[in-house]
Design a protein around this ligand. Structure first.
Ligand SMILES: [Zn+2]
Length: 187
């Protein structure tokens, strides 16, 4: 609820204008993940088609209550994706049309179209799994919370992390200390 924490303010502190942000990739469309879209009216928004349909449709699971339709009221330019049979690290995935290799990785459950996003770094990969896992993979949420809110992927993601140390994994609600201690330079 602090305006200084909004994406547009953080982008400004990095020395960019809002208009410099041209592409936004969404993991899902909950208010806390896309509430700032209106600050970037010139950006194209990339999201899984299942997620957009869930966002527009009639709520039918608990986590649907976190959709706020006015967050795309500024007529965001949307590009919708669906699976084409490709995979990333053995996970079904959708290649995004960017020069730097990026994949939308479906992790349905938290919402009907929730996806992770994998980005090839200069060394290794960054895999943002958003709300498919607890605050940190090494933290354990109660089983009921995992079942009702996070979806069925956390154990699989922990195994994936253990098997692939070259992939840095972040989640959607990590403590700020993580980022202070490990600044991630993507571009
Ligand atoms: Zn969410």
């Amino acid at each position: 609820m602090d305006v200084n924490e909004t994406a547009v303010q953080q982008v400004a502190r990095m020395g960019y204008a809002a208009e410099d942000v041209r592409q936004i990739v969404l993991t899902h469309m909950h208010f806390d993940h896309c509430g700032g879209l209106g600050d970037f009216p010139n950006a194209t928004v990339h999201v899984h088609e299942r997620e957009y349909q869930a966002f527009r449709g009639i709520p039918h699971q608990l986590t649907d209550l976190a959709y706020v339709r006015r967050h795309v009221a500024h007529a965001a330019r949307l590009v919708l994706y669906k699976e084409q049979g490709e995979s990333w690290y053995g996970l079904p995935a959708i290649r995004l049309p960017f020069q730097r290799e990026m994949w939308l990785v479906p992790l349905y459950g938290h919402t009907r179209g929730h996806c992770g996003v994998a980005i090839r770094m200069d060394v290794g990969w960054h895999f943002h799994v958003a709300d498919a896992a607890p605050i940190a993979l090494e933290e354990y949420a109660p089983a009921w919370l995992v079942n009702v809110v996070l979806g069925p992927h956390t154990d699989r993601l922990r195994a994936f992390a253990a098997a692939h140390p070259e992939v840095r994994i972040t989640t959607g609600h990590m403590w700020l200390d993580f980022f202070r201690n490990a600044i991630v330079q993507v571009f």
